[in-house]
Ligand binder design. Structure first.
Ligand SMILES: [Fe+2]
Length: 364
Protein backbone atom coordinates (compact mmCIF):
# COMPACT_ATOMS: atom_id res chain seq x y z
CA UNK A 1 0.00 0.00 0.00
CA UNK A 2 1.15 3.53 -0.71
CA UNK A 3 1.62 5.70 2.35
CA UNK A 4 0.99 9.42 2.30
CA UNK A 5 3.30 12.25 3.38
CA UNK A 6 2.50 15.98 3.64
CA UNK A 7 5.17 18.70 3.30
CA UNK A 8 4.30 22.18 4.53
CA UNK A 9 6.95 24.79 3.73
CA UNK A 10 7.00 28.28 2.19
CA UNK A 11 10.41 27.64 0.68
CA UNK A 12 9.38 26.41 -2.76
CA UNK A 13 12.86 25.11 -3.65
CA UNK A 14 13.03 22.85 -0.61
CA UNK A 15 9.37 21.89 -0.93
CA UNK A 16 9.79 20.90 -4.58
CA UNK A 17 12.95 18.92 -3.81
CA UNK A 18 11.07 16.97 -1.13
CA UNK A 19 8.13 16.35 -3.48
CA UNK A 20 10.48 15.10 -6.18
CA UNK A 21 12.32 12.75 -3.84
CA UNK A 22 9.30 11.37 -1.99
CA UNK A 23 6.99 10.94 -5.00
CA UNK A 24 9.05 7.86 -5.91
CA UNK A 25 7.80 6.12 -2.78
CA UNK A 26 4.78 7.93 -1.35
CA UNK A 27 1.65 9.91 -2.15
CA UNK A 28 2.83 13.45 -1.46
CA UNK A 29 0.68 16.46 -0.54
CA UNK A 30 2.45 19.83 -0.55
CA UNK A 31 1.33 23.12 0.97
CA UNK A 32 2.87 26.56 1.41
CA UNK A 33 0.51 27.88 4.10
CA UNK A 34 -1.29 26.69 7.21
CA UNK A 35 -4.87 27.21 6.00
CA UNK A 36 -4.44 25.13 2.86
CA UNK A 37 -2.49 22.50 4.79
CA UNK A 38 -5.10 21.99 7.52
CA UNK A 39 -7.95 21.88 4.98
CA UNK A 40 -6.10 19.42 2.72
CA UNK A 41 -4.89 17.18 5.53
CA UNK A 42 -8.33 16.98 7.16
CA UNK A 43 -9.73 15.80 3.83
CA UNK A 44 -6.91 13.27 3.27
CA UNK A 45 -4.93 12.38 6.38
CA UNK A 46 -1.22 11.83 5.75
CA UNK A 47 0.78 9.16 7.59
CA UNK A 48 3.58 11.64 8.35
CA UNK A 49 3.77 15.45 8.25
CA UNK A 50 6.95 17.39 7.40
CA UNK A 51 7.06 21.05 8.45
CA UNK A 52 9.61 23.65 7.35
CA UNK A 53 10.71 26.64 9.44
CA UNK A 54 8.55 29.16 7.55
CA UNK A 55 4.94 28.49 6.61
CA UNK A 56 3.05 31.34 4.94
CA UNK A 57 3.16 34.33 7.29
CA UNK A 58 3.81 32.15 10.34
CA UNK A 59 6.50 29.87 11.66
CA UNK A 60 6.69 26.11 11.39
CA UNK A 61 6.87 25.76 15.17
CA UNK A 62 3.58 27.65 15.59
CA UNK A 63 2.00 25.42 12.99
CA UNK A 64 3.13 22.34 14.93
CA UNK A 65 1.61 23.80 18.12
CA UNK A 66 -1.69 24.23 16.23
CA UNK A 67 -1.41 20.68 14.87
CA UNK A 68 -1.12 19.32 18.40
CA UNK A 69 -4.44 20.98 19.28
CA UNK A 70 -6.30 19.55 16.31
CA UNK A 71 -8.09 16.35 17.38
CA UNK A 72 -8.06 14.93 13.84
CA UNK A 73 -4.37 15.58 13.15
CA UNK A 74 -2.61 15.70 16.53
CA UNK A 75 -1.69 11.99 16.51
CA UNK A 76 0.11 12.08 13.15
CA UNK A 77 3.92 11.78 13.47
CA UNK A 78 5.46 15.14 12.57
CA UNK A 79 9.03 15.96 11.58
CA UNK A 80 10.35 19.53 11.79
CA UNK A 81 12.90 20.40 9.13
CA UNK A 82 15.02 23.28 10.48
CA UNK A 83 17.11 25.41 8.14
CA UNK A 84 19.95 25.80 10.65
CA UNK A 85 21.28 24.35 13.88
CA UNK A 86 20.13 27.35 15.97
CA UNK A 87 16.86 25.67 16.71
CA UNK A 88 18.26 22.94 18.81
CA UNK A 89 17.65 22.98 22.55
CA UNK A 90 15.69 20.06 23.89
CA UNK A 91 13.37 22.45 25.75
CA UNK A 92 12.57 24.47 22.66
CA UNK A 93 11.78 21.31 20.73
CA UNK A 94 9.62 19.88 23.50
CA UNK A 95 7.73 23.15 24.08
CA UNK A 96 6.81 23.25 20.39
CA UNK A 97 5.59 19.64 20.52
CA UNK A 98 8.42 18.45 18.24
CA UNK A 99 9.78 14.98 18.79
CA UNK A 100 11.65 14.54 15.49
CA UNK A 101 13.70 17.08 13.59
CA UNK A 102 16.05 17.23 10.67
CA UNK A 103 18.47 20.05 9.83
CA UNK A 104 19.13 21.22 6.27
CA UNK A 105 21.15 20.29 4.31
CA UNK A 106 20.46 16.59 4.89
CA UNK A 107 21.12 13.48 2.81
CA UNK A 108 18.00 12.17 1.01
CA UNK A 109 18.55 8.79 2.65
CA UNK A 110 18.37 10.41 6.10
CA UNK A 111 14.90 11.79 5.37
CA UNK A 112 13.75 8.48 3.83
CA UNK A 113 14.98 6.45 6.83
CA UNK A 114 13.33 8.84 9.27
CA UNK A 115 10.03 8.62 7.39
CA UNK A 116 10.14 4.81 7.27
CA UNK A 117 10.83 4.70 11.01
CA UNK A 118 7.83 6.93 11.72
CA UNK A 119 5.48 4.95 9.48
CA UNK A 120 6.69 1.57 10.69
CA UNK A 121 6.57 2.64 14.34
CA UNK A 122 2.82 3.15 14.03
CA UNK A 123 2.32 -0.03 11.98
CA UNK A 124 4.23 -2.12 14.51
CA UNK A 125 2.30 -0.55 17.41
CA UNK A 126 -0.89 -1.81 15.75
CA UNK A 127 0.42 -5.40 15.94
CA UNK A 128 -0.07 -5.37 19.73
CA UNK A 129 -3.81 -5.85 19.25
CA UNK A 130 -3.48 -8.93 17.01
CA UNK A 131 -4.11 -12.55 17.99
CA UNK A 132 -1.06 -14.28 19.53
CA UNK A 133 0.34 -16.29 16.65
CA UNK A 134 -0.05 -13.43 14.14
CA UNK A 135 1.73 -11.02 16.47
CA UNK A 136 4.48 -13.53 17.19
CA UNK A 137 5.05 -14.23 13.49
CA UNK A 138 5.19 -10.52 12.60
CA UNK A 139 7.38 -9.46 15.52
CA UNK A 140 9.83 -12.32 15.36
CA UNK A 141 10.20 -12.13 11.58
CA UNK A 142 10.81 -8.38 11.76
CA UNK A 143 13.39 -8.89 14.51
CA UNK A 144 15.09 -11.62 12.49
CA UNK A 145 15.02 -9.47 9.37
CA UNK A 146 16.57 -6.47 11.16
CA UNK A 147 19.19 -8.75 12.70
CA UNK A 148 20.05 -10.13 9.24
CA UNK A 149 20.66 -6.60 7.95
CA UNK A 150 22.66 -5.63 11.03
CA UNK A 151 24.81 -8.78 11.11
CA UNK A 152 25.52 -8.80 7.39
CA UNK A 153 26.43 -5.11 7.46
CA UNK A 154 28.97 -5.90 10.20
CA UNK A 155 30.39 -8.82 8.24
CA UNK A 156 28.95 -11.42 10.63
CA UNK A 157 27.39 -14.69 9.38
CA UNK A 158 23.67 -15.01 8.72
CA UNK A 159 21.78 -15.34 12.06
CA UNK A 160 20.15 -18.59 10.94
CA UNK A 161 18.77 -19.60 14.35
CA UNK A 162 16.75 -16.34 14.53
CA UNK A 163 15.44 -16.80 10.99
CA UNK A 164 14.44 -20.39 11.70
CA UNK A 165 12.65 -19.43 14.93
CA UNK A 166 10.69 -16.65 13.21
CA UNK A 167 9.70 -19.03 10.39
CA UNK A 168 8.47 -21.52 12.97
CA UNK A 169 6.09 -18.75 14.09
CA UNK A 170 4.97 -18.28 10.46
CA UNK A 171 4.25 -22.02 10.15
CA UNK A 172 2.22 -21.85 13.39
CA UNK A 173 0.19 -18.88 12.11
CA UNK A 174 -0.60 -20.85 8.94
CA UNK A 175 -1.65 -23.87 11.01
CA UNK A 176 -3.88 -21.63 13.15
CA UNK A 177 -5.56 -20.27 10.00
CA UNK A 178 -4.36 -16.78 10.81
CA UNK A 179 -2.54 -16.16 7.56
CA UNK A 180 -5.15 -13.72 6.14
CA UNK A 181 -4.79 -11.32 9.08
CA UNK A 182 -1.01 -11.64 8.98
CA UNK A 183 -0.80 -10.76 5.29
CA UNK A 184 -3.23 -7.90 5.70
CA UNK A 185 -1.04 -6.38 8.41
CA UNK A 186 2.25 -6.89 6.63
CA UNK A 187 1.09 -4.90 3.63
CA UNK A 188 1.08 -1.75 5.75
CA UNK A 189 4.78 -1.98 6.57
CA UNK A 190 7.17 0.35 4.74
CA UNK A 191 10.10 -2.00 4.12
CA UNK A 192 9.60 -3.49 0.67
CA UNK A 193 12.12 -6.33 1.02
CA UNK A 194 10.85 -7.36 4.46
CA UNK A 195 7.21 -7.28 3.27
CA UNK A 196 8.06 -9.32 0.19
CA UNK A 197 10.11 -11.83 2.20
CA UNK A 198 7.41 -12.43 4.81
CA UNK A 199 4.74 -12.82 2.11
CA UNK A 200 6.98 -15.28 0.28
CA UNK A 201 7.63 -17.27 3.49
CA UNK A 202 3.92 -17.30 4.38
CA UNK A 203 2.74 -18.44 0.95
CA UNK A 204 5.40 -21.17 0.81
CA UNK A 205 4.35 -22.41 4.23
CA UNK A 206 0.66 -22.39 3.22
CA UNK A 207 1.49 -24.27 0.02
CA UNK A 208 3.44 -26.95 1.90
CA UNK A 209 0.81 -27.36 4.58
CA UNK A 210 -2.05 -27.61 2.06
CA UNK A 211 -0.39 -30.32 -0.03
CA UNK A 212 0.28 -32.32 3.13
CA UNK A 213 4.04 -31.99 3.51
CA UNK A 214 5.35 -32.78 7.00
CA UNK A 215 6.00 -29.90 9.39
CA UNK A 216 9.79 -29.98 9.01
CA UNK A 217 9.35 -29.50 5.24
CA UNK A 218 6.86 -26.67 5.84
CA UNK A 219 9.55 -25.01 7.92
CA UNK A 220 12.14 -25.49 5.17
CA UNK A 221 9.69 -23.88 2.71
CA UNK A 222 9.07 -20.92 5.02
CA UNK A 223 12.80 -20.38 5.66
CA UNK A 224 13.58 -20.67 1.95
CA UNK A 225 10.85 -18.11 1.22
CA UNK A 226 12.12 -15.75 3.90
CA UNK A 227 15.70 -15.90 2.59
CA UNK A 228 15.04 -16.14 -1.17
CA UNK A 229 15.34 -12.39 -1.64
CA UNK A 230 17.79 -11.59 1.12
CA UNK A 231 20.20 -10.54 -1.65
CA UNK A 232 17.84 -7.68 -2.57
CA UNK A 233 19.24 -5.83 0.43
CA UNK A 234 22.20 -4.87 -1.71
CA UNK A 235 20.01 -3.38 -4.47
CA UNK A 236 19.70 0.42 -4.08
CA UNK A 237 16.22 1.54 -2.98
CA UNK A 238 15.62 3.80 -6.02
CA UNK A 239 16.16 0.74 -8.24
CA UNK A 240 13.76 -1.39 -6.18
CA UNK A 241 11.12 1.33 -6.54
CA UNK A 242 11.87 2.41 -10.09
CA UNK A 243 8.68 3.05 -12.05
CA UNK A 244 10.08 2.69 -15.58
CA UNK A 245 12.19 0.02 -17.28
CA UNK A 246 15.49 -0.82 -15.61
CA UNK A 247 18.78 -0.01 -17.34
CA UNK A 248 20.96 -3.05 -18.19
CA UNK A 249 23.16 -2.31 -15.15
CA UNK A 250 20.16 -1.98 -12.83
CA UNK A 251 18.66 -5.20 -14.16
CA UNK A 252 22.00 -6.93 -13.61
CA UNK A 253 22.01 -5.71 -9.97
CA UNK A 254 18.50 -7.11 -9.48
CA UNK A 255 19.27 -10.46 -11.13
CA UNK A 256 22.42 -10.71 -9.05
CA UNK A 257 20.36 -10.98 -5.84
CA UNK A 258 20.32 -14.76 -6.20
CA UNK A 259 24.09 -15.08 -6.18
CA UNK A 260 24.35 -12.52 -3.37
CA UNK A 261 21.92 -14.68 -1.34
CA UNK A 262 23.98 -17.79 -2.12
CA UNK A 263 27.08 -16.05 -0.78
CA UNK A 264 25.19 -14.98 2.34
CA UNK A 265 23.97 -18.55 2.94
CA UNK A 266 27.50 -19.86 2.49
CA UNK A 267 28.52 -17.93 5.64
CA UNK A 268 26.50 -20.39 7.67
CA UNK A 269 27.11 -24.16 8.09
CA UNK A 270 23.73 -25.39 9.24
CA UNK A 271 21.46 -24.31 6.36
CA UNK A 272 19.21 -27.23 5.31
CA UNK A 273 19.80 -28.34 1.71
CA UNK A 274 16.17 -27.58 0.75
CA UNK A 275 16.55 -23.96 1.84
CA UNK A 276 19.60 -23.59 -0.40
CA UNK A 277 17.67 -25.05 -3.36
CA UNK A 278 14.73 -22.68 -2.88
CA UNK A 279 17.04 -19.67 -2.69
CA UNK A 280 19.10 -20.70 -5.72
CA UNK A 281 16.19 -21.81 -7.90
CA UNK A 282 13.29 -19.46 -7.20
CA UNK A 283 13.87 -17.60 -10.50
CA UNK A 284 14.63 -20.71 -12.57
CA UNK A 285 11.85 -21.88 -14.89
CA UNK A 286 11.11 -25.37 -16.32
CA UNK A 287 11.70 -24.28 -19.93
CA UNK A 288 15.13 -22.84 -19.18
CA UNK A 289 14.01 -19.21 -19.45
CA UNK A 290 14.82 -18.37 -15.83
CA UNK A 291 17.97 -17.11 -14.10
CA UNK A 292 20.74 -17.15 -12.98
CA UNK A 293 21.67 -20.52 -14.55
CA UNK A 294 18.88 -21.20 -17.06
CA UNK A 295 18.22 -24.62 -15.49
CA UNK A 296 15.43 -26.79 -16.90
CA UNK A 297 12.76 -29.08 -15.44
CA UNK A 298 15.08 -32.04 -14.90
CA UNK A 299 17.21 -29.92 -12.54
CA UNK A 300 14.29 -28.60 -10.49
CA UNK A 301 12.78 -30.68 -7.70
CA UNK A 302 9.40 -30.14 -6.01
CA UNK A 303 10.68 -27.50 -3.57
CA UNK A 304 12.30 -25.53 -6.41
CA UNK A 305 9.13 -25.75 -8.51
CA UNK A 306 6.98 -24.58 -5.61
CA UNK A 307 9.37 -21.66 -5.11
CA UNK A 308 9.04 -20.74 -8.81
CA UNK A 309 5.24 -20.63 -8.52
CA UNK A 310 5.24 -18.55 -5.34
CA UNK A 311 7.87 -16.21 -6.78
CA UNK A 312 5.69 -15.41 -9.79
CA UNK A 313 2.51 -15.20 -7.70
CA UNK A 314 4.09 -12.81 -5.18
CA UNK A 315 5.66 -10.66 -7.91
CA UNK A 316 2.31 -10.26 -9.68
CA UNK A 317 0.30 -9.55 -6.52
CA UNK A 318 2.81 -7.54 -4.45
CA UNK A 319 1.62 -4.03 -3.65
CA UNK A 320 4.42 -1.78 -4.85
CA UNK A 321 4.24 2.01 -4.95
CA UNK A 322 5.29 2.17 -8.60
CA UNK A 323 3.22 -0.53 -10.23
CA UNK A 324 -0.38 -1.71 -10.14
CA UNK A 325 -0.70 -5.19 -8.66
CA UNK A 326 -2.94 -7.96 -9.97
CA UNK A 327 -5.61 -9.51 -7.79
CA UNK A 328 -4.73 -13.08 -6.73
CA UNK A 329 -7.45 -14.44 -9.04
CA UNK A 330 -6.09 -12.46 -12.02
CA UNK A 331 -2.51 -13.51 -11.21
CA UNK A 332 -3.47 -17.18 -11.08
CA UNK A 333 -5.41 -16.88 -14.35
CA UNK A 334 -2.38 -15.30 -16.04
CA UNK A 335 -0.02 -17.95 -14.65
CA UNK A 336 -2.30 -20.77 -15.81
CA UNK A 337 -2.97 -19.35 -19.27
CA UNK A 338 0.43 -17.94 -20.18
CA UNK A 339 3.10 -19.69 -18.11
CA UNK A 340 2.41 -23.40 -18.50
CA UNK A 341 5.83 -23.98 -20.11
CA UNK A 342 7.63 -22.23 -17.26
CA UNK A 343 5.78 -23.49 -14.21
CA UNK A 344 4.81 -26.98 -13.02
CA UNK A 345 1.17 -27.16 -14.09
CA UNK A 346 0.29 -29.95 -11.65
CA UNK A 347 1.59 -27.97 -8.66
CA UNK A 348 0.09 -24.76 -10.04
CA UNK A 349 -3.36 -26.42 -10.19
CA UNK A 350 -2.93 -27.49 -6.57
CA UNK A 351 -1.91 -23.97 -5.56
CA UNK A 352 -4.92 -22.53 -7.35
CA UNK A 353 -7.20 -24.96 -5.52
CA UNK A 354 -5.61 -23.97 -2.19
CA UNK A 355 -6.18 -20.30 -2.89
CA UNK A 356 -9.81 -20.92 -3.78
CA UNK A 357 -10.25 -22.96 -0.64
CA UNK A 358 -8.75 -20.39 1.75
CA UNK A 359 -10.91 -17.81 0.01
CA UNK A 360 -8.91 -14.92 1.49
CA UNK A 361 -8.08 -13.51 -1.90
CA UNK A 362 -8.23 -9.86 -0.84
CA UNK A 363 -5.80 -10.31 2.01
CA UNK A 364 -3.30 -12.29 -0.07
FE1 LIG B 1 13.98 -13.16 -6.13
Amino acid sequence: MKHSVAIIDSNSTHRNDVVKLLSLYYDVQDYDNEGAAFGGMRARRPDVILVGPQVGAGSGTNLIRDLRKDPGLAWIPTIYIADNEDFRTVDQLRDAGIREKLVQPYAPQTLLSLLSRQINGRVEQGWQALPGSQRKALESSLQAFNRIVEDLTRGKPLPFADVSKSCQAVVEAVQNHELGGLLDQIRRHDNVTYVHSLRFASMMSLFGSAIGLPEDQQLVLAIGGMLANVGMMTVPRPVLHKAGALSPQEWEAVRNHVQVAERILSTCDDIPKGVGLIVSHHHERLDGSGYPRGLTGKDLNQLSRMAGIIDVFCALTDHRPHKPSLSPAAALALMTEEMSAQLDVGLLAKFQAIMLEVGGFEAM
